[in-house]
Design a protein around this ligand. Structure first.
Ligand code: 5GP
Ligand code: MN
Length: 343
C-alpha cells in the first residue's frame, strides 16, 4: 500500500491555510451521501479553521442538503449550507473523504473556480485531484489526516472538534472492529475521549437508535435476503435489496438503510455481502462488503464505483436481479485475477 503524504505535501497544505487572510472565503466539501467520516472530518476541520480566526468558513456536500438522522447535532453543524448556496468561487476549497472528483457531484467545478484546492482523503484509489493532496491509504479514516493537519496548524484539540473526529474515526473503523483499528487509532481515540466527550452517548446515537418503523422495515428486508454459497468461487455471497416502496410503506427516509449492510454482513456462511438500495425507478445505490477473501473495491470499480478493499459501492441500473448478476460475474473475475492458480 502506498505511503502517506510527503513532508512537501504537509508543507504545501500548511502554507495554503496559513497564508490565507482572516476574511478569505473557505468552502469545505465532502462526498455525496455523507457518512460519519465525511461529515465528522469536514466539520471538525471547519471548527479548527474557526479557532484560527478564519471567519468565513462554510461546509457543504452535493445533493439534497439532508444530514442523516444519526449524524444530526454534530458540533459545527452551523457551518453547513445547501450545495445551491455554496460559494461559487471560494479562495480555498477543501475536499474530504472523496476518492475522485465524481464524488463531489455538482460541486466539482469548485476545483477550478477556487484559488486553491486541497484534498484530504484515505482511499487507496484516490486520484489526487487537488492542487495539494493529503492522501494516506494507511489511515483508518480521513479524520486521522484532519487530526494531523490541525496539530501541525497548532489548533488545540477541544471537545467540539474531538466529537466530530471521534464520530468519523468510530464509523470508519466499524466502531473499532475492523482490521484498520491499529494502536495509532486507539491512541487517537484516547486523545479525543480525554477532551471530555461521551463515547457511550455518541455510540448510542449513531449505532443504536432507529425509529420503530425502521426496525420493521429491516425485518422485512432481511426476511428476503438470499444466501448463495457457490458465489465468489465458493466463498459465498449474501444479498438483499430495499425498494422506494418499502421506505414509503414503513414511513422511512433512505438514510435509515445505511445501517442495513451491517445486519447482512454478519452472515457466517458468506464472505461477501451486498445490499441494493433503490434510489429512483431503475437506479440503486449498492453496498459491498467482504470479510477478507475478495477485494470488493475491484468489483465496485469494474461496475463504475469505488471504495476500499473490504467496503465498496457503486451505482447500479436496471432490475435488481440483473444487477446482482453483474456483481456475481465481477466477483468471479476479481478472484480469478487475484489467484490465477485457482480453477
Ligand atoms: P457504503 O456501502 O457504506 O455506501 O460505501 C462504502 C464505501 O464505498 C465508501 O466508503 C465509498 O468509499 C465507496 N462507495 C460507495 N458508493 C460509491 C459510489 O457510487 N462510487 C464510488 N466511487 N465509491 C463508492
Ligand atoms: Mn472514510
Amino acid at each position: 500500500m502506498s505511503a502517506g503524504p510527503a513532508e512537501a505535501d504537509w508543507a504545501a497544505a500548511l502554507a495554503a491555510v496559513r497564508g490565507i487572510p482572516a476574511d478569505a472565503r473557505i468552502l469545505l466539501v465532502c462526498h455525496v451521501n455523507p457518512d460519519g467520516d465525511a461529515l465528522g472530518s469536514m466539520l471538525g476541520f471547519g471548527l479548527g479553521l474557526r479557532r484560527l480566526g478564519l471567519r468565513r468558513v462554510r461546509a457543504t456536500f452535493p445533493g439534497p442538503p439532508e444530514v442523516p438522522e444519526t449524524l444530526r447535532g454534530l458540533p459545527g453543524e452551523e457551518l453547513l449550507v445547501p450545495a445551491t448556496d455554496a460559494d461559487p468561487d471560494p479562495n480555498l476549497v477543501v475536499c474530504f473523504d472523496a476518492a475522485s472528483e465524481s464524488r463531489l457531484g455538482e460541486l466539482v467545478d469548485r476545483l477550478v473556480t477556487a484559488d486553491i484546492a486541497l484534498v484530504l482523503d484515505h482511499h487507496a484509489s484516490n486520484t489526487r485531484f487537488g492542487a495539494v493532496n493529503l492522501v494516506d491509504p494507511r489511515a483508518a479514516a480521513t479524520s486521522v489526516i484532519v487530526d494531523e493537519l490541525l496539530t501541525r496548524l497548532g489548533v488545540p484539540l477541544d471537545a467540539e472538534i474531538a466529537e466530530c473526529l471521534y464520530v468519523a474515526l468510530s464509523t470508519d473503523t466499524g466502531s473499532f472492529r475492523f482490521e484498520a483499528t491499529t494502536p495509532a487509532v486507539h491512541r487517537l481515540a484516547a486523545r479525543l475521549i480525554a477532551t471530555g466527550i461521551r463515547p457511550g452517548e455518541i455510540s448510542r446515537r449513531i449505532y443504536d437508535t432507529r425509529p420503530f418503523g425502521a426496525v420493521r422495515l429491516f425485518g422485512e428486508v432481511l426476511g428476503r435476503a438470499r444466501l448463495e454459497p457457490a458465489a465468489a468461487a465458493g466463498r459465498g455471497m449474501v444479498w438483499t435489496y430495499a425498494t422506494l416502496d418499502d421506505l414509503v410503506r414503513h414511513g422511512q427516509r433512505p438514510c435509515v438503510l445505511e445501517a442495513l449492510i451491517d445486519s447482512v454482513r454478519c452472515t457466517a456462511e458468506a464472505d461477501v455481502s451486498c445490499v441494493a438500495k433503490q434510489t429512483s425507478r431503475d437506479e440503486w445505490a449498492v453496498s459491498l462488503r467482504s470479510k477478507g477473501a475478495v477485494d470488493v473495491s475491484r468489483v465496485a470499480v469494474a461496475l463504475g464505483g469505488g471504495g476500499h478493499r473490504f467496503a465498496a459501492g457503486f451505482t447500479g441500473r436496471g432490475a435488481v436481479e440483473q444487477m446482482v448478476d453483474g456483481v456475481r460475474a465481477e466477483l468471479d473475475a476479481a478472484l480469478l485475477d487475484s489467484e490465477p492458480g485457482r480453477p
